[in-house]
Design a protein. Structure first.
Length: 85
């Protein structure tokens, strides 16, 4: 699970850098319909998972949700097939 969480955090940072570059080049209006809010929510879920005790009954569901969300990066070279839900 730790590797998946590191992967999600790395994708979050990379995506935020990409959005920052777009905002720098084209202005903040270019991001009005962006996925930044969704990226923030996914990062928040990953942080919640890191802080959660694996014995917590919610842990399995949260881990499954994060594996499902990580599938959007399945074409990334660091994505692992073992993470598929």
């Amino acid at each position: 699970m730790d590797d998946l969480l590191k992967f999600i955090h790395a994708r979050y940072e990379a995506d935020n850098h990409a959005y920052a570059e777009v905002a720098y080049r084209f202005g903040g209006e270019a991001l009005l319909d962006s996925h930044l809010a969704m990226l923030d929510l996914i990062d928040m879920l990953a942080r919640d998972c890191e802080a959660m005790d694996p014995a917590d009954p919610r842990f399995a569901g949260l881990a499954h949700a994060l594996r499902a969300l990580a599938q959007s990066y399945a074409e990334h070279p660091d994505y692992r097939e073992e993470w598929r839900p």
